[in-house]
Design a binder for this molecule. Sequence first.
Ligand SMILES: Nc1nc2c(ncn2[C@@H]2O[C@H](COP(=O)(O)OP(=O)(O)O)[C@@H](O)[C@H]2O)c(=O)[nH]1
Ligand SMILES: [Mg+2]
Length: 252
Amino acid sequence: MCTTCGCGPDEHHDHDHGEGHHHHHHEGDPRPHVGTKIAVETDLLAKNRRFAEGNRQLFADQGVFVLNLVSSPGSGKTTILERTLRDLAGEIRSAVIEGDQQTDNDARRIAAAGVPVRQINTGAGCHLDAHMVGHAADHFDLDSLDLLFIENVGNLVCPASFDLGEHHKVVVLSVTEGEDKPLKYPQMFHAADVMLLNKVDLLPHVDFDVAKCREMARRVNPAITIFEVSSRSGEGMEAWYGWLRERAGKSR
Ligand SMILES: Nc1nc2c(ncn2[C@@H]2O[C@H](COP(=O)(O)OP(=O)(O)O)[C@@H](O)[C@H]2O)c(=O)[nH]1
Ligand SMILES: [Mg+2]
């Protein structure tokens, strides 16, 4: 969880990092004591975990494989989804939950790919939580789905702490972001089981050391599965689809 904003599952607070009015704090002292903060965080995460367990049970009962896509903004989560959904259409029955602070731009892109989609706008919130996802999932006929993607809010920090009841977190890192991100955001790369190294079509134009990046990702998470992909050229996507096919698709 983000220890600066103390973000939690039910808080839709405005917080700013400058001249800040912390509406949700006590008068006088604008910040809670550290001990209070830790207690609040523990409570929020415990509550989230209970909702996540509910989701996990629901997904298991309905036989749907659920992936939580996380990354910084612009790494290519939506583009990867668009291509994956088009390429696997007629083979794996999929749906998408789209998380963003504002707009339904991504939901419209997914809908254009012919797949059922629900948008969650988090407002000031910097991550999806299990309660929001449970409500969004209610809108699908889960029993008729093989695969549910959740595109999280673009943020390499806070979504790492929030279990949504998914089977795996899939972290997307693009080659324009620098190979050191796994070491800078270790919680996220530790929480993810898969890393999609995206935009490899741009490698000739950027200083990005793929071998170093793999090594850094493995340093924080020795078991992480890595695919090098381009959702633009399609390079490497087949290996990712193979991984998906092995896990989703109860119809076959
Ligand atoms: N060159 C290149 N651009 C990409 C690739 N994947 C995504 N993009 C571009 O990166 C930008 C952000 O992509 P988007 O999917 O919206 O990222 P998101 O914020 O993580 O959902 C868009 O302009 C995409 O066209 C890729 O594999 N190669
Ligand atoms: Mg997106």
